[in-house]
Design a protein around this ligand. Structure first.
Ligand SMILES: Cc1cc2nc3c(=O)[nH]c(=O)nc-3n(C[C@H](O)[C@H](O)[C@H](O)COP(=O)(O)OP(=O)(O)OC[C@H]3O[C@@H](n4cnc5c(N)ncnc54)[C@H](O)[C@@H]3O)c2cc1C
Length: 539
């Protein structure tokens, strides 16, 4: 029996949409993509690709400014040609969109350039065309959130999508919001030569990220000359000809030449017909989906930023692919958010995968932690940088890698080793026994793993007891355990801060889940969304 060809309609041509289209076409479906602004989506045309291209130039400036310490007589000040810089970025984004368009065309996927909406069961309307489909994927992305009283004018008060229309580098740039997007742009513009003030409503930058990494980046920012205002919530932004003024909630004001607003994202679902179709959204308007991208309506799937599930291109693409595998009858693994590798493209970069220090400290995950500064790495010394570290988490008892944090130049590349180890359930010992190139930064990854190797029979062989684990599960040196300072040691490995806080430690009966050997349950417990609205950019 030959089954009829499945018809798939996709709203949105970003990573969530176009990656799904490629999978559906590969599986023999008849696929139509409806997109209003260009294939590649905001990811390629305005957000991820342009910002990373800008950051590449900023990193080159950082290196040039460091060149005298590397023995190069550069003989002058390096400056940025803003027009050329922005032209390069826009050309690059358009070229990437063209490549995707060519790939989609090669797979015989139909593309309709129009605004689309759901129009009853199995129907999508795009301009004056109606598409009938067996399954529909909504992947319409998100838009920059606008703070009332701080509406962008596209000239001096900007969102990140408007930066590339400027004809000059902002002289005094105020960045409002210290989440991922704010931190990336603040660092980049400071390196490019702007004087940057970063306005953070929290007590530190990158409040959702690993605290050690965020503190390191904040120190790097301050040392570079950036002004970082903590506990400073912006209430309004006004423009007066060539200057802007940001008014803070406590009445203080900050003045600059430009203001960049990075205060989060809102789902781009208005006019998509979700209400009429009965697709459930949450209180912030994000489409509710399960782990195989199904919405509340049978036959309607959703992927990417419009779902608010970890706003990353890689996650959008995976949600889209999973939706297609599911609807087209392939075997499918539900998405595992606890395995997502992510990077903040500051200099140095912060790359993370798996469990977080916060979950470990809160006792949600039993893990041993080891952190190794990069300052002792020979390759880092040769390249002339000292900032950064490798941190790994392993399961006590089994030694299985549960995740890690790497702060280093190109940490986005280095994290792969940890991600593979985690995905394949490798132990610290297996990672440590892997050869690395000498000299290399990845040598610090295996060295950190080596320090986490557990020699269970050491005591019986040598009569020497291992150094007790401190509060972070670190044997021997490392951050001293608070309870050791307090002179009230709990059961070794217990995640509670002091023996006094843990009645079972006091009694010497701390259970295995807190102190030892059982595998953690929380690796897959990454919060569905990284932060409360407005706390950052949801990335
Ligand atoms: C500044 C910045 C930097 C980022 N950097 C990174 C990074 O380094 N790495 C990373 O993984 N992620 C990054 N992200 C996140 C990443 O860009 C998003 O997660 C990704 O774009 C989500 O893809 P998407 O397909 O859901 O939506 P989008 O990329 O937004 O695409 C949605 C598409 O749908 C179209 N559309 C919307 N409504 C309709 C409609 N009704 N009809 C037809 N078409 C419609 C839009 O025109 C658009 O083309 C960054 C985000 C920002 C803001």
């Amino acid at each position: 029996m030959t089954l009829p060809r499945q018809r798939i309609a996709i709203l949105g041509g970003g990573p969530g949409g176009y990656e799904a289209a490629l999978v559906a076409a590969q599986l023999g479906a008849d696929v139509t993509v409806v997109d209003s602004d260009g294939l590649g989506g905001a990811c390629v045309l305005t957000d991820c690709v342009p910002s990373k291209s800008l950051i590449e130039t900023a990193n080159a400036m950082t290196l040039l400014n460091r060149s005298p310490s590397l023995g190069i007589a550069s003989g002058g000040l390096h400056t940025v040609n803003a027009v050329r810089l922005y032209e390069r970025i826009i050309d690059l984004a358009r070229a990437q969109s063209r490549d995707i368009t060519a790939r989609i065309a090669a797979e015989n996927i139909k593309v309709i350039t129009a605004h689309g909406r759901l129009d009853g069961p199995g129907r999508v309307v795009a301009g004056d065309q109606t598409i009938r489909a067996d399954a529909i994927l909504v992947a319409t992305g998100a838009l920059p959130r606008v703070l009332p009283g701080a509406e962008p004018d596209g000239e001096r008060i900007l969102n990140w999508r408007q930066l590339y229309d400027l004809t000059e580098l902002p002289r005094d740039l105020i960045v409002v919001g210290s989440g991922v997007t704010g931190a990336e742009f603040a660092g980049a513009y400071q390196a490019l030569g702007s004087r940057v003030t970063l306005v953070s409503s929290r007590d530190r930058v990158l409040p959702q990220e690993d605290e050690d990494a965020a503190n390191l980046i904040e120190n790097v920012f301050r040392r570079s000359g950036m002004t970082v205002l903590s506990q400073a919530r912006a209430r309004a932004v006004s423009r007066d000809q060539d200057s802007v003024t940001v008014t803070l909630a406590d009445g203080r004001t900050v003045t600059g030449s430009h203001c960049l607003m990075t205060v989060g994202m809102v789902p781009r679902t208005e006019g998509c017909g979700l209400d009429a179709a009965g697709v459930k959204v949450d209180e912030r308007g994000f489409i509710e989906v399960d782990r195989v991208s199904r919405t509340s309506v049978p036959g309607v799937y959703a992927a990417g930023d419009c779902t608010g599930v970890l706003m990353l291109a890689s996650v959008a693409a995976m949600q889209g692919r999973i939706a297609m595998w599911h609807t087209l009858g392939e075997s499918v693994h539900p998405i595992r958010l606890g395995h997502v590798a992510a990077t903040i493209f500051t200099e140095p970069e912060i790359a993370t995968v798996g469990v977080s220090q916060r979950a470990v400290d809160a006792g949600e995950v039993a893990a041993r932690t080891q952190k190794l500064p990069l300052a002792t790495n020979p390759r880092a010394k040769m390249a002339g940088f000292r900032e950064g570290f490798v941190k790994l988490f392993t399961s006590p008892g089994t030694g299985v890698i549960l995740g890690g944090v790497i702060v280093a130049p190109r940490a986005s590349e280095l994290i792969l080793a940890v991600a593979v180890a985690m995905e394949q359930r490798l132990t610290a010992e297996q990672l440590a026994q892997t050869f690395t190139v000498y000299p290399s930064l990845s040598g610090s990854v295996t060295e950190t793993a080596r320090r986490l190797m557990e020699f269970k029979d050491l005591e019986s062989r040598t009569g020497r007891a291992r150094a007790p684990l401190n509060a972070r599960g670190v044997p021997g040196p490392g951050r001293p355990a608070p309870r050791a300072r307090a002179g009230a040691a709990g059961t070794p490995g217990c995640r509670r801060r002091t023996a006094r806080q843990c009645p079972r430690c006091r009694a010497g009966t701390a259970p295995a889940r807190r102190c030892g050997s059982t595998a953690p349950r929380a690796a897959a417990r990454t919060p569905r969304r990284p932060g409360p609205p407005g706390s950052g950019d949801g990335r």
